[in-house]
Design a protein around this ligand. Structure first.
Ligand code: ZN
Ligand code: ZN
Length: 422
């Protein structure tokens, strides 16, 4: 589609350069006022105010802090654009003049530093910019534009909270759902693929039961520390020995906790792990293998009780619809030129964006927008050091504003326009 020559002459993009100073200020403001998952009241307020000013009907408080804006503009397709709003409990170390010094109280009552180290501040800014431009150019398209500012992507709760709060009943069903994420990659480029684009993620807590005793009398104990250590090592064989070379999975034990004193054998131990998969079959096999290994090692230790395995969170596999992806990629190539549209493999990151399309039975497309200084990226690539660039969630993750900000507004507008023709 988009064969009617609406490229850089797209009426919706004619005023983009004039809007950039305002969007730059907006970005810096949100960046220096980050909010934890489900606490995004200030950010949501800004989103709602801007949508109203652009002429959208606005509903706030959808899934606690989510905001939905509708711009009904005659008969035509409904296109949903989604941005997530939450920040992370990370101490920012970018050294930027507008770096966050914010602190907040997390859901467990702990005081934590907060910063936008996943770039959701950029996502909010992009969507604020794209909705304004599309609203101003509404005589050049028909249909309904639906802007969704989602809370709590980082905890996997936000999309579900909006769905549970009636998103599918209270608002028109879209013909397509579009979303994007700032990632490591040359700024000014976009990257996408049909099929799996981000992985399924499962976080599990495993509580192991032993029997505590004095450290000098191990015969009186069932040592959960040794049990946990065996489990951690044995879990490493799941991906290396049970997943085929042509398949892929990641299994990381991120938490291993037991004991309080060197001469006391504790009663129990806690393991927390994270699994990433790109295929439903691989996922169920890996999860079954974890359960098998954990239970067998507990039995081997003579544990008095079966381990408790509980889910901490789950992100579904995020699958880009074939046809819709092709339409977006063609529009990108036409607008940006082929050199700025990069292919990408599926990212081992996870996203709850996929829930909207999967549960609403609507095709969805999710793509990446490069945020790395192109010279820095080229040097790292030539030195085979791409892995050393600060990635999302690193305390040093800092997208370059120019041209990342402009590129992400353009990509949202161009992708939406692939459906919303005159
Ligand atoms: Zn993140
Ligand atoms: Zn993110």
């Amino acid at each position: 589609m988009n064969t009617n020559g609406k490229t850089s002459s797209d009426p919706a993009l004619r005023n983009i350069d004039a809007l950039l100073p305002d969007l730059t200020e907006l970005y810096k403001d949100i960046h220096s006022h980050p909010e934890l998952s489900m606490q995004e009241t200030r950010t949501a307020g800004i989103a709602a105010t801007r949508l109203k000013a652009a002429g959208f009907e606005v509903t706030s408080g959808v899934g606690k802090t989510g905001v939905v804006g509708l711009l009904r503009n005659g008969d035509g397709p409904t296109v949903m654009l989604r941005a997530d709003m939450d920040a992370l409990p990370v101490q920012e170390a970018t050294g930027l003049p507008y770096a966050s010094t914010a602190i907040a109280t997390d859901e467990d009552g702990n005081t934590v530093p907060v910063s936008h180290m996943c770039g959701h501040d950029m996502h909010v800014t992009w969507l604020a910019g794209a909705t304004k431009l599309l609203a101003e150019a509404r005589t050049s398209w028909r249909g309904t534009l639906m802007a969704v500012f989602q809370p709590a992507e980082e905890t996997g709760e936000g999309a579900k909270a909006m769905i549970d709060d009636g998103l599918f009943k209270r608002f028109p069903k879209p013909d397509v759902i579009l979303g994007q994420h700032v990632m490591v990659g040359p700024a000014g480029t976009v990257a996408g693929r049909a099929g799996a684009i981000t992985s399924a993620a499962d976080s599990l807590q495993i509580k192991l039961f032993g029997r505590g005793a004095h450290g000098s009398m191990p015969q009186a104990s069932i040592d959960p520390v040794v049990m946990a250590a065996s489990i951690v090592l044995r879990l490493q064989t799941i991906v290396s020995r049970e997943v085929a070379a042509t398949e892929s999975a990641v299994l990381t034990v991120g938490v291993l906790q037991a004991g309080t004193k060197e001469n006391v054998i504790p009663d129990d131990a806690i393991i927390k792990l994270n699994v990433r998969t790109f295929d439903a079959g691989v996922r169920s096999r890996v999860l079954a293998a974890i359960e098998r290994v954990v239970n067998a090692e507990a039995t081997a230790s003579g544990a008095p009780r079966k381990p408790e395995i509980t889910s901490i969170d789950y992100y579904p596999l995020n699958v880009n619809n074939q046809e819709a992806t092709q339409r977006v990629v063609e529009a990108f190539r036409e607008h940006f030129g082929t050199a700025r549209v990069r292919p990408t493999g599926p990212a081992p990151a996870s996203e709850d964006f996929g829930s909207f399309g999967a549960e609403w039975h609507v095709p969805s497309v999710f793509w990446f927008v490069g945020g790395t200084d192109p010279d820095v990226y080229a040097k790292a690539r030539d030195a085979n050091k791409l892995n050393e660039l600060p990635v999302n969630h690193s305390p040093k993750f800092a997208p370059v504003l120019n041209p990342t900000l402009k590129t992400g507004v353009e990509s949202l507008v161009v992708a939406a326009r692939a459906w919303m023709l005159e």
